[in-house]
Design a protein around this ligand. Structure first.
Ligand code: DQA
Length: 140
């Protein structure tokens, strides 16, 4: 199983940005956590982060025929990006959406997710563990 992990804007600032919401561990620690989680399932993963919407769209398009699944934390683009939604629809690769925080219990602007319209499952509020739960979806 080959899974593409996509992390959106500002997730590279983990450990620095709003630690009371996102925790004190940095992005590299998240990457290592995802790698260990994937290895425990014998999955191959590529982990990608970008702060740019179009770059994320390009990455999703390039996943066609290459990856069996996508795990995406679109970060702020969750709530704004029809372009990312359309790219996920276009490639039609099974996708699981992850959020470190529980977007449903935060500000109203975070309660709507465009990506949820295409995601097979949305996992939020479980911190790093959510990425492992998302990978486990692909064992079902
Ligand atoms: C986030 C939640 C989003 O609302 C926010 O814009 C992020 C991170 C999360 O992982 O909890 O950047 O996707």
């Amino acid at each position: 199983m080959k899974i593409l992990i996509i992390n959106g804007p500002n997730l590279n600032m983990l450990g620095i940005r709003e630690p009371s919401i996102y925790g004190k561990q940095d992005y590299n620690t998240l990457v290592e956590f995802i790698k260990r989680s994937a290895a425990s399932l014998s999955f191959e993963v590529e982990i990608f982060q970008s702060n740019h919407e179009g770059v994320i769209v390009d990455k999703i398009q390039a996943a066609l025929g290459v990856f069996d699944g996508i795990v995406i934390n679109p970060a702020a683009y969750t709530h704004t990006s029809i372009a990312i939604l359309d790219a996920l629809k276009a490639v039609d690769i099974p996708t699981v959406e992850v959020h470190l925080s529980d977007i449903n219990s935060r500000e109203d602007i975070r309660k709507h997710s465009f990506v949820s319209m295409v995601a097979k499952k949305t996992i939020c509020g479980h911190g790093f563990e959510g990425y492992k739960m998302a990978l486990e979806y692909f064992t079902l």
